[in-house]
Design a protein around this ligand. Sequence first.
Ligand code: PMP
Length: 437
Amino acid sequence: MPSAQPTTRSDELMRTARTVIPGGVNSPVRAFRSVGGTPRFMASGTGPWLTDVDGNRYVDLICSWGPMILGHAHPDVEQAVREAAAKGFSFGTPSENEVLLAAEIVDRVAPLEQVRLVSSGTEATMSALRLARGATGRSKVVKFAGCYHGHVDALLAAAGSGLATFALPDSAGVPVSSAHETIVLPYNDVSAVEAAFAEHGDEIACVITEAAAGNMGVVPPEPGFTAALRRITREHGALLISDEVMTGFRCSAAGWYGLEGEPEGGAPDLFTFGKVMGGGFPAAAFGGSAELMSRLAPDGPVYQAGTLSGNPVATAAGLATLRGCTAAVYDRLTQVSDALIAGATEALNVAGVPHVIGRAGSMFNVFFREERVRDYDDARDQDTAAFGRFFHSMLQQGVHLPPSAFESWFVSASHDDEAVDAVLAALPTAAAAAAAA
Ligand code: PMP
């Protein structure tokens, strides 16, 4: 893809990166494989802006895939990180910030009594799965097609995110025995869940679901879906895990749970978190009732651990970020999302491009198809080439979208009117590019 922007330094770095890092990237979706072209190597970020190594400036609509809810280098978070780092980076002993961060999370999400801190969303879901299996003595897991829960062996079946982008049905290296324990069902399909439980009910340890799916584009649960999962899992003695790694503390102060409210029949048994709660540093968590969490080592038989878990610098960043997530922050996220959705809809309508918006709180994306999306099959049935043209036009105009049609766009409270106006100004040209096959 020819570029009007200078990309010399990014091109050079990518050439070197490819020699020392597989595919040149440390997480596949960064590689621009589905949209083509050279990924931009970022040099710095401030507020809603990113600047790359060639000096190009972008409005950031990735926000590190969710964590940067207050914008880049927020002064309060920066100060908390500096203060924590000045006192030492990692002790391998308990430290105060871990307690404060755990308490902050437990305070926000009513059903939680305890959380265990880990370093990535993947670790959170992997550990929650182990706990569910340990607590039930069962091994099978139900997940939904298009839901991504990190690169956990058992959950890499029909996952979204980078796997949607690359259209890999699965990952090599996942043992058949591991995938064999996973039952993949269509999202938002209650009768499929009932059928799976009718057949395997006494073998299923848990159902894991994205609280609102954000890894096949944004596909919220239909009204009653979460409640049906709650009812069916209860009936069969299985646990319900709500993966709020992406939605947690973003969709509301209490994540998707706070936005949707408690499902009829009760809250999920376990929640997983990441992204926002680390404020851009590696911190994640999983939690539930004190009774369930007591099954974890050292009190219980389910082993789980981490050298850097509850790292003092990461927890300082997470704590400052969560404390900064005031009501005004959530109001601003809604305003920005509303404005960008309205602008995109109008531009695409004017250009005659078939599209539909997927939205869960302030998470949203454009699907390049006409009909509503309720599951992974729907999400895949879209014009990804049109997305590619749209993406590159936006990039050329200084707006950095996620480089895949299957990802949420992320905004921050630092997206001020200047940043929003810059996106709105770019949309008509990008919509015209999407239209021009
Ligand atoms: N669960 C969900 C819902 C996610 O969106 C992600 C990451 N995008 C993960 C788990 C895995 O998190 P991490 O990349 O921090 O391992």
